[in-house]
Design a protein around this ligand. Sequence first.
Ligand code: ADP
Ligand code: MG
Length: 333
Amino acid sequence: MTSEFDLIARYFTRPAPAGMLGVGDDCALFSVPDGHQLATSTDLLLEGRHFFSDVDPASLGHKALAVNLSDLAAMGAKPIACVLGLGLPELDDAWVAAFAKGFNALSDRFGCPLIGGDTTRSTTGLIISVTVFGAVPTEHALRRSNAKVGDDIWVSGELGAADVAYRLLAGRLPQDQHRLEATRHALEWPEPQIALGLALRGVANAALDVSDGLLQDLSHILKASGAGAHIEYAALPVAEGLRADADDQAKGARIALEASALAQALLGGGDVYELCFTAGVDRRDAVLTAAQHAGVNVTRIGRIRATPGITVTDQAGEHLDQLPSGFDHFQAI
Ligand code: ADP
Ligand code: MG
């Protein structure tokens, strides 16, 4: 029978980089470069809450680390290492092998070695907890509290796909295999924007990663910075898999996806893991250079203003009322 120790040895014990002590002792050891602060973040993923029970284990391994790396990206931190807590209902060797494959591939790609963790049997479904450690030059972290009135608001990548995929899988949108295929990758294989976070150091004033929905997450920046924001709906980068829907609506043609579902996905959809950040108007070229450097698209979607709250206007300048809310674990049913 496979034991917990066999599993750790087989799938989670990998040579630690020089200067680090990895899996195998009571603690892992690593240091932070001189002149840097340690950035750390943790995320808990629960079966039935954050992922479907039948999700591909490789994508789950990927996502468990990706959402944490995304927090480092949003802080402008460079990954150092990570630890993994696993609560498993059973020791299913093939499942753990696939999970580890997805996890380790991303860990290798971003130079974020797994240096420790804990493994236990769970009586209530799968529990995954990842903690990441990163380094950011002292006083140069991209904090939420530093947005300035007049700043442009930017977002990386595209919006909406993960939310639509989630709703399709949860049966909250009418079944549509084509649309699911066009959006599912965004939900299951998010790409942490580490290179962009690093390139935005000294360029962006405030940043975060969009995990619970653009408006809700932006409101965290606004609260921390004591400001408000205006967003132009037509400027939002619509995910490729949803563009046909957006075009149909603009033309007033048969609406494939309800306008309200699209607005919900763009403004309120979670699981995006793109960066939303603010930067001075005089930094537009610097932002575009940073994005080019990182190989990602960035889009200017609005402005920071002094008046509190968020307003969203459409192409005609009309205010969108009934703005969707983001995801709140204690409010959602
Ligand atoms: P302890 O009893 O001291 O907590 P464990 O027996 O739980 O030690 O773990 C032994 C070693 O294996 C430790 O170095 C720990 O960090 C590592 N480890 C345990 N589970 C995992 C995991 N899921 N991923 C990575 N390392 C792990
Ligand atoms: Mg332990």
